[in-house]
Design a protein around this ligand. Structure first.
Ligand code: SAM
Length: 242
């Protein structure tokens, strides 16, 4: 892991925290709400379930998980500024707690969660394999990981349009709305470097997840990956692109 890189990313989120939600909504034309709803649906949260919202930031997924009936939701993020916004949103909602820490060394006991959600977080980890290992450690046997992350559009014409939007519109809009061009130059750069959905399936399998599936959202702008921690001994788990 490269600590310098982590600090830079933390600095970006610290700087934009107050305007993160608004910028997200404007830049995604509100689509992030739909994607998050799909993520919660994919998680299949049952009443009584214990959920970790890793890289939970301003707690959108945590709040949705709590409303879906989770018994407890822990938000873990290394940015106190992002979580301060989340804490305000979660005020008065039962069962949500916040832990400040690195997703690559989760400060929670092993086998504590039925579901781990990670929304737009895995891409930011300097050592994603280590992050996946940590998720596996804190999941109970049979528990599920649901990862929502940006990806690459499928249709070439749409990809070109999206590339133009990412390269020229997002950084300027990020500067005007959230006050940071760097953070919104980092966003498209990090998306470009992130594995394609099929590659992420392989990474998750290599980390030890079984029953790995994925679904593209909005022609592949985003994707949801799910995987399960084996109940007993490691199972091979056939992946089914969804
Ligand atoms: C793009 S935001 C996503 C926030 C929220 N999950 C959502 O869907 O809106 C990414 C979050 O990941 C956090 N983050 C990035 N790297 C992290 C790390 N190594 N450990 C913990 N949190 C991290 C950032 O602080 C930020 O709040």
């Amino acid at each position: 892991m490269k600590p310098g890189q982590s600090q830079t990313v933390r600095g970006y989120f610290g700087a934009i925290a107050g305007r993160y939600d608004l910028t997200n909504t404007l830049l995604s034309f509100g689509l992030h709400y739909l994607w998050k709803r799909r993520t919660i649906k994919a998680a299949g949260i049952a009443p009584g379930c214990r959920v970790l919202d890793l890289c939970g930031g301003t707690a959108d997924l945590a709040l949705a998980a709590a409303r879906a009936g989770a018994q407890s939701v822990t938000v873990c993020d290394f940015s106190p500024e992002m979580m301060a916004v989340g804490k305000k949103k979660a005020f008065g909602v039962d069962g949500i707690s916040f832990v400040c820490g690195d997703a690559q060394r989760i400060a929670c006991a092993g086998a504590s969660f039925d579901v781990v959600l990670i929304g737009f977080g895995l891409r930011n980890l300097t050592d994603r394999e280590q992050g996946l290992q940590e998720i596996l450690r804190v999941l109970k046997p049979g528990g599920r990981l649901v990862c929502l992350e940006f990806s690459t559009p499928v249709f070439p014409w749409f990809r070109r349009l999206y590339d133009f939007y990412s390269r020229y519109i997002i950084p300027t809009a990020g500067l005007l709305i959230a006050g940071s061009r760097e953070a919104y130059e980092y966003l498209p750069d990090s998306i470009k470097k992130f594995p394609l959905p099929e590659e992420l399936v392989l990474m998750m399998r290599a980390a030890g997840f079984s029953d790995v599936t994925y679904a593209r959202l909005t022609n592949g702008i985003a994707a949801i990956h799910t995987g399960r921690k084996a109940r007993q001994a490691q199972s091979t788990g056939a992946e089914t692109p969804a």
